[in-house]
Design a protein around this ligand. Structure first.
Ligand code: HEC
Ligand code: HEC
Ligand code: HEC
Ligand code: HEC
Ligand code: HEC
Length: 279
C-alpha cells in the first residue's frame, strides 16, 4: 500500500479520536548490568566533579541526561575500566580514546559494543547494507551516528532526514530517495504508535465486556508487530518493516471496529486532512 496515504489516514484517525499521548517506546528490558545492586560508581562520582569545559567533564554531562543513566548503565558498560577504583590510573585500565582502533568504541566496533545489550537491533543491523559498508569502507553509519554517543535518543521523523542527509544527498555516498522513503515509513510507524494508544485506552475502558476482550487480543497482536517493526527497522529493508506495520494496522483497525466504531475509510480521512500533510 502507498506509505504516504496510510500514514495520512492513520494520523487523521488518531486526530479524530483526540489522541495526545505518545506511546512509551521502551520495551521492558533490564540487562544484568542495570539490575545488579549498585555500589558507589567511582567513574560517575569522579567525572561529576570535572569541569564541563573539559572533554572528560563534557562526557559526564552528556551521559547524565540519557536513558542509560536513568537505567543505571554506567560508563564502564561502554568504555571498560574498573568502576570500583578510586585511583584514576587504576580506574582507567583498559579505557582508551574512541579514536584508537583498539577501543571497543572505535566507530567500526560500536555495533558489537551496543549489541551486547541491544541484541535484536544489532542483529538486524548486521544484516544491513549499512553494516556491510561500515565494515568494508567505513562509509556506513553506526549506532552512534543516529542515536548519539551518550545523550542517547531515538530519532523523530523530522530530525531523521537531517541525520540521513549527511550521506544520502545528491552526489553523496548514498542515494537521496532511500532516506526519503525511510522517513515516510518512520512517520507511519509513529502514527501507528499513536493510534495504538487510542485503541488501547478504548480497550481499557471496556475491560470486562465481550467486545473489550475481542479487541484486546487484536491490540496485543498489534503491540507485538509494532515492537518487531522497531527492531526490523535496523535491517533498513523497508519492505520488511512495512509488512510488520501492515499487520499492526490491520489489528488496530480490527480492534477499533470491535469496540463498536465505524471502520475508517482512508480516502475519507485523507480528504479531511486536505492532503496537506502528504510527504
Ligand atoms: C578519580 C577520578 C576519576 C575516576 C575514578 C575515573 N576517571 Fe575518567 N578521567 C578522569 C580525568 C581527570 C580525566 C581527564 C584526564 C585524563 O585523561 O586522565 C579522565 C578521562 C576519561 C576519559 C577520556 C579519555 C581520553 O583519552 O579521551 C574517559 C573515556 C574516562 N575518563 C572514562 C572513565 C571510566 C569509564 C571510569 C570508570 C571505570 C573513569 N573514567 C574513572 C578522572 C577519573
Ligand atoms: C552507551 C554507551 C556509553 C556510555 C554508558 C558512556 N559513554 Fe562515553 N562515549 C561513548 C561513545 C560511543 C563515545 C565516542 C564519541 C562519539 O563517537 O561520539 C564516548 C566518548 C566519551 C568521551 C570522549 C573521549 C573519547 O574516548 O571519545 C568521554 C570523556 C566519555 N565518553 C566519558 C564518559 C563517562 C564519564 C561516562 C559515564 C558517566 C560515559 N562516557 C558513559 C559511549 C558511552
Ligand atoms: C550494559 C547494557 C547497555 C549497553 C552496552 C548499551 N545500552 Fe542502550 N540501553 C540499555 C538500557 C537498559 C536502556 C533503557 C531501557 C530500554 O529502553 O531498553 C537503554 C536505552 C537505549 C536507547 C533508548 C531506547 C528508547 O526506547 O528510548 C537507545 C537508543 C540505546 N540504548 C542505544 C544504545 C547505543 C547506541 C549503545 C552503544 C553506544 C548502547 N545503547 C549501549 C542498555 C545498554
Ligand atoms: C541509520 C540510523 C540508525 C542506525 C545506524 C541505528 N539506529 Fe537504532 N533506531 C533508529 C530509528 C530511526 C529508530 C526508531 C525506530 C521506530 O521508532 O520505529 C531506532 C530505534 C532504536 C532503539 C529503540 C527501539 C524500540 O524498541 O523502540 C534502540 C534500542 C536502537 N535503535 C538501538 C540501535 C543500535 C544498538 C544500533 C547499532 C547496532 C542502532 N540502533 C543503529 C535509527 C538508527
Ligand atoms: C554515514 C553515512 C550514512 C548515513 C548517516 C546514513 N546512511 Fe543509509 N546508506 C549509506 C550507504 C553507504 C548505503 C549503501 C548505498 C549503496 O550501496 O547503494 C546506504 C543505504 C541505505 C538504504 C538502502 C538499504 C538497502 O538494503 O537497499 C536505506 C533504506 C538507507 N540507507 C536509509 C538510511 C536512513 C533512513 C538514514 C538516516 C536515519 C541513513 N540511511 C543514514 C550511508 C549512510
Amino acid at each position: 500500500m502507498n506509505v504516504g496515504r496510510a500514514s495520512l489516514a492513520l494520523a487523521a484517525l488518531a486526530a479524530v479520536a483526540g489522541a495526545a499521548v505518545v506511546r512509551a517506546q521502551s520495551p521492558a528490558r533490564a540487562p544484568a548490568a542495570a539490575r545488579r545492586a549498585r555500589v558507589v560508581d567511582q567513574c560517575v562520582s569522579c567525572h561529576a566533579r570535572l569541569s564541563y569545559t573539559t572533554g572528560a567533564g563534557h562526557g559526564f554531562a552528556a551521559w547524565k541526561g540519557s536513558p542509560h543513566a536513568a537505567a543505571g548503565v554506567g560508563c564502564e558498560a561502554c568504555h571498560g575500566g574498573d568502576p570500583r577504583a578510586t585511583d584514576p590510573q587504576q580506574a582507567h585500565v583498559g579505557v582508551v580514546p574512541s579514536s584508537d582502533p583498539g577501543s571497543q568504541l572505535y566507530f567500526t566496533r560500536i555495533p558489537d559494543t551496543c549489541g551486547r545489550c541491544h541484541a535484536a537491533e544489532a542483529g538486524y543491523f548486521r544484516t544491513s547494507l549499512h553494516y556491510a559498508r561500515l565494515r568494508s569502507d567505513g562509509r556506513g553509519p553506526n549506532c552512534v551516528t543516529c542515536h548519539g554517543s551518550m545523550a542517547t535518543s531515538v530519532l523523530t521523523p523530522e530530525r531523521m532526514l537531517g541525520t540521513c542527509s549527511a550521506c544520502h544527498t545528491a552526489g553523496g555516498v548514498a542515494p537521496v530517495g532511500k532516506a526519503r522513503e525511510a522517513a515516510r515509513v518512520l512517520a507511519l510507524a509513529r502514527a501507528e504508535n499513536i493510534l495504538f494508544d487510542v485503541v488501547k485506552a478504548g480497550v481499557t475502558a471496556r475491560a470486562g465486556s465481550g467486545a473489550g476482550a475481542r479487541a484486546r487480543v487484536m491490540v496485543d497482536e498489534a503491540d507485538r508487530h509494532l515492537k518487531a517493526a522497531a527492531e526490523v527497522w535496523h535491517s533498513f529493508r523497508l519492505d520488511s518493516v512495512m509488512a510488520r506495520l501492515d499487520d499492526a494496522r490491520v489489528n488496530l483497525v480490527g480492534a477499533w471496529v470491535a469496540l463498536g466504531h465505524p471502520a475508517p475509510y482512508e480516502s475519507q480521512l485523507s480528504r479531511q486532512m486536505g492532503g496537506a500533510a502528504r510527504p
